[in-house]
Design a protein around this ligand. Sequence first.
Ligand SMILES: [Fe+2]
Ligand SMILES: [Fe+2]
Length: 443
Amino acid sequence: MINELIVLIADDEEDIRDILAFSIKSKLNCTIYFASNGEEAIEILKKNSVGLVFCDYNMPLKNGGEVYKEVLKSIQPCAYVLCSTVNYKTLKDFEDQSAFLCSIIKPAIIEGLNVAIEKFKTEFLSTYSDKVHAYTPISIGLLFKLNKMPGDIFIKISEDCFIRIIKKGDSFDEIEYAKYIQKSVSHLYTFNLTNNQFIDEIERKILSIKSNTSNHYIDAQIQIHSILISTLKDLGFNERLLPAITKQFEETASIINKNKSLSILLNRILKNERSYLSTHSFLIAAYSLTLATKLEWLSEFTHTKLAISSLMHDIFLDDVIENETLMLQNSRYDHNFLTHPEKAVELLDQIRQIPANTSRIILEQHEIGFSKGIPNGKNMSELSPLGSLFSFCHFLADHTLTLHARNDLTNAALLKLMMDTFTESAHYKNFFKQLEEISFFEK
Ligand SMILES: [Fe+2]
Ligand SMILES: [Fe+2]
C-alpha cells in the first residue's frame, strides 16, 4: 500500500498541538500523530514512517534534541521543524542540519507554520507525490473478503502496463476469485489509493458484518478475523486497525468464557467452513481458554494472551494452506513455513497494547518438547507453561479437523490421536487429565 504522509506533532501543551493540527490539516493531505512528551514522540517515530515533525524543545521525559536524533536515523526522508521559544542556533543538538527544515519561534506559530509548509512542499513533498501515483498490489483473497472494491482494480501485464479490470464500487465475488486462482494470479493492483481509503472500506465491511443480525456471533467473528488477518498481511500494521483488532480479542475471549457448552461452541466453529486458518484459529482459542480455566490459570492476561495467540499466530500463512499438523507430520514445509511464527511476532511487536510474553507463546506454537518441534526443536524445560498449553491445543485443533474430515469425530478418537502424538506424555499429564473430563464430541 501507499505510504501516506504522516505528520507528527510533539508538544506538551495541548493548545499548541491543536492549533498546529488545525492549520496543518488545512494545508496538507496527511495523517497526524500526537505526542505530549519526547519519549512518546520517539516511540511514534520508531514505529511509523513519519515524513514531517513539528517538535517543541522543552518537553517532559526527553527534549526536542533527543527527538531530532531519532529523526536523523530515519531511513525515508523526514523533515524536522523545531517549534519552540528556544533559538536552535544556541543548541548543539541541531549541528547536523540534514533533516532540519526550519524553526518556528513561539508564539508566532501561524506565520512560522506557513513558511515551514511551503518549504516542505518545495523540498520534500515530491517524494510523496511520486509514491502516491503508484500501483499497489493487493491479494485477491483480501479483495474477495471485502467484496466491494474501494477503488478501480488493475491487472499487471508488464512492468509498466496495467489494465483496469474492475471499477470502483463493483463486487469481487467467488466466481472472480476462482477465475484468478485458476490463472495463478495472486495479486491485483490498486492505483492512487491510500491506506486510509482502503481501511475505510474495511471498517465499513466489519460494521456491516456486525450489524447483520442473521449472522451467528461466532460466524461473524470468524468472518471479521479472516478480513483482519489478510489486511495485516497485505498492508502491515496500521494504528487505525487497532480498535477492530483489540475488540476481536476481547469479544472472542468473552464468547468462549461465557459459553456453557464447549461441544456446541466447537460444532458451531466446525460448521463455519470459511477457511482452514480461521476454523483452526478459533478451535485453538476455544480449547486453550477452556483448558486454562479448568487448570485454574485464571488471570485476565492469561486469557487475553491465549486469545491473541490463537487468532494471530498464523497471520503469515497462506489462506489456502492445508492442515498444519499434517504438513509437519509429512515434512511438507519450507522456509516460509519455518519462519511464520517469527514473522507474526515481528508484526505484533508493533502493537503496544499486546501483553508482554505473548510473543513467546506464538514462537512456541509448533514446539512440543522432546526436540521434536519446529523451528528450534526445544526440550520441555525450555518451553513456557502457556507455550506448552498452546501447542498442545494446536494439536487438539488440527486432530479435530482431521477426524472431522474423516467423519470420525468422537471424544475417544480425539483422545487416542492426542495420546499417539504425545507418546512421552508425562509432561503433558496435567493437560490430559483435564481433557479426559471434558466431553467434546458425541456421535
Ligand atoms: Fe503455525
Ligand atoms: Fe497454527
